[in-house]
Every structure is written in C-alpha cells, then in structure tokens.
Design a protein around this ligand. Structure first.
Ligand SMILES: NC(=O)c1ccc[n+]([C@@H]2O[C@H](COP(=O)([O-])OP(=O)(O)OC[C@H]3O[C@@H](n4cnc5c(N)ncnc54)[C@H](OP(=O)(O)O)[C@@H]3O)[C@@H](O)[C@H]2O)c1
Length: 155
C-alpha cells in the first residue's frame, strides 16, 4: 500500500516527513496500527461549515498537523456571523476564517488568483479572535462538505 512505500522512504532517510490527505480518524488509526508510523500531516476539507471537531482533537492528541483545504468554502463567505465579526475586527470575512484556522492550530492553504486577495489572506497576524468569537465561528458547523466524503468516495 502507498503508506508503506512512504514509510520505507521515511525510514531510509530519503524524506524527512510523510503525510496523508482526506483521512478520517479510523483511517489514521489503521495506518498507525499497521506501520507504527504517525503521519506528520493530514490535509482535509476544513472550514466553518465543516469544523471536524473530533478529527481535530484526535490529530492534536497524536501530534498530527491538521491542514485545511478549501478553507474559504471556495469563496462563499457571505454568512452574517462572518460579516459581523469582520466589521468588529476591521478585517474581511476571509481573514476571520483564516485567523480561526490559525488559532485552532490548523495550517491553512487558501487559494486565490487575485493579487489583493493573496495579500489579504496573508495579513492575519496582527489581530486575535476572542475565545467567545472562536466559539461563535465553531458554532457555524453544519458538517457540510464541498468535496466528497472520504468514507463514500469511489477511487
Ligand atoms: N487534498 C485535497 O483533496 C484537496 C481538495 C480540494 C482542494 N485542495 C487544495 O486546497 C486549496 C484551496 O482550496 P480551494 O481552491 O478549493 O478553496 P478555497 O481556498 O476555500 O477558495 C478559493 C476561492 O476563494 C476565493 N477567494 C480567495 N481569497 C478570497 C478572499 N480573501 N475573499 C473572497 N474570496 C476569496 C478565490 O477567488 P479568486 O481566485 O478569484 O481570488 C477562489 O474562488 C487548493 O490549493 C487546492 O489544491 C485539496
């Protein structure tokens, strides 16, 4: 299996870190149990409407870095709570979401082809969301996916 090939490269010193993508908790448990090697990173769909609380807790407990794909819900950021928080902090809804990622310890990879948005998305290190506002963004979770469910995808 692919993970075993990656483990071989890792153990031989050809690569310094190996990771996975779209793994659920049970997938992570299986590769750890099978090989004894813990993935360094798990890149998954993660945004306010899919907050993946249990997966985030599991990765934290096991020292796996969670990484968010489609962190900006592919640009659908017109939620009133995000607009309200954006006004409160003098930031954009995108910056609120990306800051929420960072404060939750999640690496985030927003994509943009627009220069001013690329700059905006990087400009999130001069403010901090309060604990209550982190919880407010957490409360937007609907377990709603943009992409396929890793448990029901046909490869
Ligand atoms: N591992 C996987 O299975 C997987 C699956 C899907 C995606 N990914 C990766 O995840 C990364 C991001 O995902 P994504 O492109 O699907 O979604 P995304 O980053 O959530 O959203 C990208 C969209 O948001 C817009 N946007 C960017 N910054 C914005 C801002 N500040 N304000 C308003 N709109 C903004 C972009 O528009 P403009 O470009 O027009 O500015 C683009 O339409 C990609 O690099 C992709 O390769 C990985």
């Amino acid at each position: 299996m692919t993970w075993k090939a990656l483990v071989h490269l890792y153990k031989e010193g050809y690569v310094r870190a190996i990771g996975v993508s779209n793994f659920q908790i049970h997938h992570l448990k299986q590769v750890i149990e099978d090989t004894g090697v813990v993935p360094a990173v798990n890149q998954v769909e993660y945004h306010p409407e899919l907050a993946q609380k249990e997966l985030l807790a599991f990765t934290r407990e096991n020292n796996i870095q969670l990484e968010a794909w489609s962190p900006l819900m592919q640009g659908k950021l017109d939620h009133p709570v995000l607009t309200q928080l954006a006004a409160k902090y003098g930031k954009s809804p995108a910056q609120i979401v990306l800051r929420w990622d960072i404060q939750n310890g999640v690496v985030t990879i927003p994509k943009s082809v627009t220069e001013h948005r690329i700059r905006e998305n990087a400009n999130i290190f001069d403010f901090e969301l309060s604990t209550d506002d982190i919880a407010l963004v957490d409360s937007l979770n609907e377990n709603k996916r943009i992409g396929p469910d890793p448990d029901h995808v046909t490869f």
